[in-house]
Design a protein around this ligand. Structure first.
Ligand SMILES: O=P(O)(O)OC[C@H]1O[C@H](OP(=O)(O)OP(=O)(O)O)[C@H](O)[C@@H]1O
Ligand SMILES: NC(=O)CC[C@H](N)C(=O)O
Length: 486
């Protein structure tokens, strides 16, 4: 029996994007362009901090990149050949101007700007002890903890202070940092969130995804390695690896949903992976049908793969209105429901009288699927089957994707049949966990040391999420395999 309506929720699911560039006269303009390409990673706020060799300049605001950096005069003020930028979707700390990143602080060694993608899982513990030591927090983000740890470190060099701070934090973090001497890129020891390195006209750049390099014409050089710090300064690029090597646990959900399909992650095209997932899904859960229809946008590549494998025509049976934001960014349940209707419209011509297979990447609360299925039935489909290119989202993410509380996740409340009934489909199937691993190029999931972070499906958290331990309904699900990511 339901105690809450599973379609009610005002928690959203997104994450953040970071960018950095050193040694280019148009650093701020290129950062703004890079952030444009990363807009899908965070739509609440955007910020850029630049350094002109003497002074730091910063502009941070709430809204989309276009709203924050659409005016040339703002970009002109962000002088200098080095810059870092951020697009935010909050995981810790509200949507307030003072939480907009990059965060900036004056330190003993000069200014430091910090942009963070990910989520720290021991923020509360650290924050309490820092406050007791007299640290004055300016924001309510997890990210600010890193700033204070750097500020109070007893080491002298910025790099040593940064390493000292990183040794104390737990969780997921891909960072770009700006000081008067250069730009640094950092990836946590498990490599949960992405970070890539590129080059443009001799200038090094860093970004969450390669699509940010494409927009500025930069060449993709390589992924920043898990646990690696790249230090970019007037003397060139240095790579530091101060942490013990761990089994990498890249977020598998980046492949399924989060990243842009034109990005290359960990050496693999996101688009190709999505098509392979779709093909695997078709092998696992074939159904007689007349047409394969993607739920746009994220469902499209998987549906292409599914249709090719099944030998069933692919049709655009749902048309997406691109002038409406992502479902998740609607702040209240009421507006989210309206958002789903505004966003998708059935293409009756491709649907009427047909047995339809809808392909989407995930079911979180079920809001989207329920509306879409209703729409497709109203447009005259004779049967509606749903195929999902991820396993059921059954657990919360504490590492940078802001999924709702577990009780709001449809898969945590119902088995597949129960979900099918609620959504109103004739059949529902999800890709298997091993099928997913095959599609990303592994033989199978190694349960003793999983190759990816798949905690949202398995509850097998790569590190103990200290701050959230009480929210975990079954502590036995915790895998302490990776120990704290230090
Ligand atoms: O079960 P729910 O809580 O409704 O969430 C799942 C839906 O949300 C995502 O789409 P999104 O709105 O982000 O659009 P996109 O596919 O264009 O990214 C995802 O692709 C699903 O369609
Ligand atoms: N989604 C993210 O990566 C968010 C970064 C950081 N935890 C914040 O809330 O600002």
């Amino acid at each position: 029996m339901l105690t809450t309506n599973p379609f009610d929720d005002d928690h959203l699911r997104e994450e953040c994007g970071v960018f950095g560039i050193y040694g280019h006269p148009e650093a701020a303009a290129l950062t703004a362009l890079g952030l444009h390409a990363l807009q899908h990673r965070g739509q609440e706020a955007a910020g850029i901090v630049a350094h002109d060799g003497d002074v730091f300049h910063n502009h941070r605001d709430l809204g989309h990149v276009e709203d924050c950096f659409g005016s040339e005069s703002i970009i002109r003020k962000l002088k200098g050949a080095a810059a870092v930028g951020h697009v935010r979707y909050s995981t810790t700390g509200e949507t307030l101007l003072r939480n907009v990143q990059p965060l900036f602080a004056e330190m003993e060694f000069g200014g430091l700007a910090l942009a963070h993608n990910g989520n720290l899982t021991n923020t509360n513990v650290l924050r309490r002890s820092l406050v007791k030591r007299g640290c004055l927090f300016q924001s309510t983000t997890d990210t600010e903890v890193i700033i204070h740890l750097i500020a109070i470190s007893l080491y002298t060099s910025v790099e040593d202070r940064l390493i000292d701070a990183l040794r104390q934090i737990e969780g997921a973090y891909s960072l770009t940092c700006l000081t008067k001497d250069g730009v640094m890129g950092v990836r946590d020891p498990l490599g949960i969130r992405p970070l890539v390195l590129g080059k443009l006209d001799g200038a090094w750049c860093l970004a969450s995804e390669t699509c940010a390099f494409d927009i500025i014409g930069a060449e993709f050089v390589r992924d920043v390695e898990p646990g690696e710090i790249v230090v970019i300064s007037a003397t060139g690029l240095r790579s530091l690896k101060p942490f013990a090597i761990k089994q990498r646990r890249f977020c598998i959900f980046e492949y399924i949903y989060f990243a842009r399909p034109d990005s290359i992650m960990e050496g693999t095209s996101v688009y190709d992976v999505r098509k392979r997932i779709g093909a695997q899904l078709a092998r696992e859960s074939a159904v007689d049908a007349d047409v394969i229809i993607p739920v746009p946008d994220s469902g499209v590549p998987a549906a292409i793969g599914y249709a090719a494998q099944a030998g069933i025509p692919f049709e655009l049976g749902i048309i997406r209105n691109h002038y409406v934001g992502r479902t998740f960014i609607q702040p209240t349940d009421r507006t989210r429901h309206v958002g789903v209707k505004m966003k998708h419209n059935p293409n009756r011509h491709a649907i009427e009288g047909k047995r339809v297979v809808l392909v989407d990447d995930s079911i979180v609360r079920g809001t989207t699927s329920r509306k879409i299925v209703e729409m497709v039935r109203q447009a005259g489909a004779s049967e509606v089957h749903m195929r999902i290119s991820s396993p059921p989202t059954n657990h919360c993410c504490y590492f940078g994707i802001d999924t709702p509380e577990r009780e709001k996740l449809l898969a945590a409340r119902y088995d597949v049949d129960g979900m099918a009934k609620l959504i109103g489909v004739d059949s529902l199937a999800f890709i298997s966990l091993d099928g997913l691993y095959k599609a990303v190029g592994e033989e199978a999931r190694n349960p003793a040391a999983p190759q990816y972070c798949d905690a949202c499906f398995t509850g097998d958290y790569p590190i103990m999420p200290t701050d959230y331990a009480d929210q975990l309904s079954d502590p036995k699900q915790l895998s302490l395999l990776g120990e704290a990511g230090k």
